[in-house]
Design a protein around this ligand. Structure first.
Ligand code: NDP
Ligand code: MG
Length: 328
């Protein structure tokens, strides 16, 4: 697998290009500011009067409407929420694209599932940091960066990959390493990761263990520290040193107990279900479900959000995080 670092990438290719970053949220702010600080000509495209218009302006960015930014730019980097990209693209970006322009993304979703199709002669690329926007900006200011991915779906100009790599470098990603992927691979693995482990799997694992302890009569505060708070320390160890580094750092009792019990927590049935979750991502069933949900005004998401706020672990956790000074 080839990993690109700073010295492998020439940013000269973007010297005469204007980059419009559409959206100034988590990724938009971080990537727009990093690219501007790296010396690129960046404009920010937003809806007038929206909450981020003033913020981007106060940060010293050149802010204009999405339409004007798309008209002025050579590269339109689309960093608004995935579920609204199709509409904004059709109404405010596509009409202003010219042959030889590039549209780029930080997630392959809309291209991979066919919600967005670029006009002929327009490059389609991806520059995707592997972490939240706040990290993209903070590590850049610290002189480093987080790893990232680049991909090319359409190479109309013959240098689409070089453009994507140069943008990744300007965002600071090549300091940590940039890997090449495809829209399909990035989209499917990203969705699977967030559903099975990062967002879905981990919250259910924590909450199920928490409820088991509380049901058995243990104090909720103790249960919270044990099943949630300490997870961060363990994940940090795995992140820095791998499984074996973590096992080495916990007690022999924890190692023996963990190794003998873990298959009873994540069972064969769990693995079969993970396989099904992956298939729903691959065959488009998940994307269809999410599209329908959005068309209906996201009723299920709103209901689930409200229920999440009612969880006992959230109430106990919030209280404890305040006492520990983690939360205001
Ligand atoms: P955000 O939810 O943070 O984006 C919010 C921004 O989009 C705001 O500036 C908002 O402006 C703007 N916006 C919303 N609606 C519109 C509209 N109709 N017209 C113009 N601007 C609008 O998005 P993220 O940064 O989370 O995600 C952006 C992309 O990055 C997605 O493709 C996502 O998958 C990808 N990504 C995100 C990661 C993350 O950590 N969040 C990680 C890796 C990839 P306003 O103030 O006017 O509402
Ligand atoms: Mg992801």
């Amino acid at each position: 697998m080839k990993i690109y670092y700073e010295n492998d990438i020439d940013m000269e290719i973007l010297a005469d290009k204007k980059i419009a970053v559409i959206g100034y949220g988590s990724q938009g702010e971080a990537q727009a500011r990093n690219m501007a600080d790296s010396g690129l000509e960046v404009i920010v495209g937003l809806r007038r009067g929206g909450p981020s218009w003033k913020k981007a302006h106060d940060d010293g960015m050149n802010v204009m409407t999405v339409e004007d930014a798309s008209r002025e730019a050579d590269i339109v980097h689309i960093l608004i929420p995935d579920e609204i990209q199709e509409t904004v693209f059709e109404q405010s970006i596509k009409p202003y694209l010219r042959e030889g322009n590039t549209i780029s993304f930080s997630h392959g979703y809309n291209i991979h599932y066919g919600y967005i199709r670029a006009p002929d002669g327009v490059n389609v690329t991806m520059v995707a940091p592997k972490g939240p926007g706040a990290m993209v900006r903070r590590t850049y200011l610290e002189g480093f960066g987080i790893p990232g991915l680049v991909a090319v779906e359409v190479d109309a100009t013959g240098d689409a990959l070089e453009q994507a790599l140069a943008m990744a470098k300007a965002c600071g990603l090549a300091r940590a390493g940039v890997l090449e992927t495809t829209f399909k691979e990035e989209t499917e693995t990203d969705l699977f990761g967030e559903q099975a482990v990062l967002c879905g799997g981990v919250t259910e694992l924590i909450n199920t263990a928490f409820r088991t302890l509380v049901r058995a009569g243990y104090q909720p505060e103790i249960a919270y520290f044990e099943t949630c708070h300490e997870l961060k320390l363990i994940v940090d160890l795995i992140y820095e040193r791998g499984f074996q580094g973590m096992w080495h750092n916990v007690s022999n009792t924890a190692e023996f107990g963990g190794l003998t019990r873990r298959k009873r927590v994540i069972t064969e049935e769990t693995e079969e279900e993970m396989q099904k979750i992956l298939e729903e991502i691959q065959n488009g069933k998940f994307a269809k479900e999410w599209t329908l949900e959005n068309r209906a005004g996201a009723p299920m998401l709103k209901r689930m959000r409200a229920l999440e706020g009612e969880l006992e672990i959230e109430k106990v956790g919030s209280k404890l995080r305040k006492l520990c000074g983690l939360e205001k």
